[in-house]
Write a protein that binds this ligand. Structure first.
Ligand SMILES: NC(=O)c1ccc[n+]([C@@H]2O[C@H](COP(=O)([O-])OP(=O)(O)OC[C@H]3O[C@@H](n4cnc5c(N)ncnc54)[C@H](OP(=O)(O)O)[C@@H]3O)[C@@H](O)[C@H]2O)c1
Length: 236
């Protein structure tokens, strides 16, 4: 049996990946707040202390079984709060850092801890963004977290190279997609997100891909022989 573990598989890209992998015969587990699917587990990445026991108890049970292949997608993320740093609520800042950075790292590091000795093919994809490389006014937290995660993956790739049963770890840039995240972007006030008109134009000019199309691209990368540590755009 093959295993797929996904964060943020309730909707959007994560859900499209989960559905495709389930159809392909993988046992799928997704972690999210709404947890609406039969394969969902409820947790909230904005509270690392509370989500960690839920995550680890689920991983512990899964790691007790033998697997032919393990695919992991670190996908959960949030843009909120959007706006200038000087205006941001401190608790909302903390929740964003916890969701996009702290818990994303805990998610991947706990997966590695629990499955390091499994000898099957193991791939972790961290869903990144163009925002990891480019500064967007109003998205300082999101841009920083995505940039930090890219560095995390590059560093873990070096560490994994000396493991007996290494994970392949990859940064994957999905490009722009027609999901709730883009709905939130388009609903931003201009004073919070000056590039809002550009993102409205991207939607109106049909630039946004469906999550299903992007999910197929991410799954191709998961199945590829990409070099660990690489940054791969789904569409170049
Ligand atoms: N959409 C784009 O154009 C675009 C472009 C570049 C990169 N990306 C990246 O692609 C990935 C998927 O984005 P998307 O567009 O599919 O976003 P989305 O539709 O907003 O979905 C986000 C997912 O993350 C989960 N999530 C958010 N906050 C969470 C929390 N505190 N705890 C647990 N789960 C949480 C959500 O589940 P719940 O709400 O149920 O918790 C949901 O499943 C993200 O990493 C995003 O940064 C998106």
């Amino acid at each position: 049996m093959k295993l797929a573990i996904i964060s943020g598989g309730s909707k959007g890209l994560g859900h499209a990946i989960a559905e495709k992998l389930q159809v392909a015969g993988y046992q799928v587990v997704e972690f999210s707040r709404s947890a609406p699917h039969a394969y969902s587990v409820k947790l909230d990445f904005s509270s690392p202390d509370q989500m960690l026991p839920v995550l680890t108890s689920n991983l512990e049970k899964l790691a007790a079984q033998p697997w032919e292949e393990i695919l992991v997608v670190s996908n959960a993320a949030s843009l909120s709060p959007i706006g200038p740093t000087s205006k941001k609520n401190t608790m909302a800042v903390l929740a964003n850092i916890n969701t996009n950075f702290t818990s994303a790292i805990l998610f991947m590091s706990e997966v590695m801890k629990h499955f390091q000795s499994h000898a099957c093919r193991k791939v972790i994809v961290s869903i990144s963004s163009g925002a990891a490389l480019k500064a967007y006014s109003g998205w300082s937290l999101y841009c920083s977290a995505k940039a930090g995660l890219e560095s995390y993956i590059r560093t873990v790739a070096v560490e994994q190279a000396s493991e007996a049963n290494p994970f392949v770890v990859l940064n994957v840039d999905p490009g722009v997609m027609d999901t709730d995240m883009q709905v939130l972007i388009r609903s931003s006030q201009k004073e919070d997100f000056p590039a809002v008109d550009y993102f409205i134009h991207r939607k109106e000019s049909g630039e946004l891909r469906t999550p299903e199309v992007v999910a197929a691209g991410v799954i191709n990368i998961l199945h590829s022989d990409a070099t660990s540590g690489a940054r791969i755009p789904v569409f170049s």
